[in-house]
Design a protein around this ligand. Structure first.
Ligand code: ADP
Ligand code: MG
Length: 289
């Protein structure tokens, strides 16, 4: 599901003495069935952008169109919209309150479709989507490890079958293994289940591995946006705007600046190490010849 920002501005305390402009003239299109990242320093407007996408606040100026919904329209059907857009907050597992994973995941479905007789099969399906098997249904959500809890929280959003998944800092507080599993899961949600995913994060190393497009914000404005390779090609611009840069990109740039060797696109540090080894071997062959 596509998300379009048409000349959107947003102010807190609009037209009041203490008006605070949080977003300025934003024109963006988050295309369907891709993973999008939003990055930028603290206070740059990332959370405000998510709140606007989720219909929590309305723009002070401009329009936001999400799939068939125009969020500014008076007759906008918020209840239906809720099904199509799933928001995963920071530390979503803090809001667990059921005794079993099954109840926790089924909760939204029971509220919105109380007549649905197939809740159990739906729960099994969404647990599978997040990589958890049926045995989790009867377990206490509080007994799970951090990564499992996060996946249960995501499953409880997926139960409404949203086409768009919006996530605020999805990897925060997770160990490395859980992060890796979560990243694989997000990729799968895109490729196998055709979800559009928008992620706000400081964790650019994680983001770089899975993201398609990136928007960089600073002081409520878009600094640069587009395909991740183009966005991260300009490290100076990002650093000037206090945006985080993936470690693999920084090291590659350093190698290029010092040696002129361009290692090409590498998604993570392991691939970087492999590429350096291969280049070294090639150079050794050349020096023998
Ligand atoms: P980020 O998520 O990138 O850290 P935010 O969207 O939270 O940024 O904030 C953008 C700007 O709006 C910041 O300058 C922040 O101080 C301001 N802001 C955020 N929330 C409020 C609020 N409730 N009232 C007034 N100003 C706010
Ligand atoms: Mg924020």
């Amino acid at each position: 599901m596509e998300v379009i920002f048409k000349d959107v501005s947003f102010s807190y305390n609009y037209k009041m003495e203490n008006e605070k402009v949080a977003l300025k003239n934003i024109n963006l299109c988050f295309e369907s069935n891709l993973i999008h990242g939003i990055i930028g320093p603290i206070g740059s407007g990332k959370s405000t952008m998510l709140e606007l996408m989720n219909g929590i606040s309305l723009p002070t100026k401009g329009e936001i169109i999400i799939g068939k919904y125009n969020l500014n329209k008076k007759n906008f059907n918020f209840n239906k919209f809720r099904y199509d857009v799933g928001l995963v907050y920071q530390f979503p597992e803090k809001q667990f309150f059921c005794n079993t994973v099954g109840e926790e995941v089924a909760f939204a479905e029971k509220i919105f479709s109380p007549k649905n007789k197939n809740i159990k099969s739906k729960v099994i399906k969404v647990l599978k989507m997040v990589g958890l098997d049926e045995s989790y249904i009867s377990r206490s959500p509080f007994s799970l490890n951090g990564g499992e809890k996060r996946r249960v929280a995501i499953a409880s959003v997926l139960i409404s079958n949203p086409k768009l998944l919006i996530m605020d800092e999805p990897t925060i507080g997770l160990d490395n293994n859980s992060k890796k599993r979560l990243m694989r899961m997000l990729k799968k949600l895109k490729t196998m289940y055709s979800k559009t995913i928008i992620i706000v994060t400081h964790d650019v190393d994680m983001l770089y591995e899975i993201v398609d497009n990136v928007v960089v914000l600073n002081k409520g404005e878009v600094v640069v946006e587009g395909n991740k390779l183009n966005v991260f090609a300009n490290v100076e611009l990002l650093e000037k705007n206090k945006a985080p840069v993936p470690n693999v990109v920084k090291v590659e740039k350093m190698i290029y600046d010092k040696t002129g060797i361009d290692l090409g696109y590498l998604p993570d540090m392991n691939s970087l190490v492999r590429a350096i080894k291969e280049t070294k071997e090639e150079l050794e062959v050349v020096s023998y010849e």
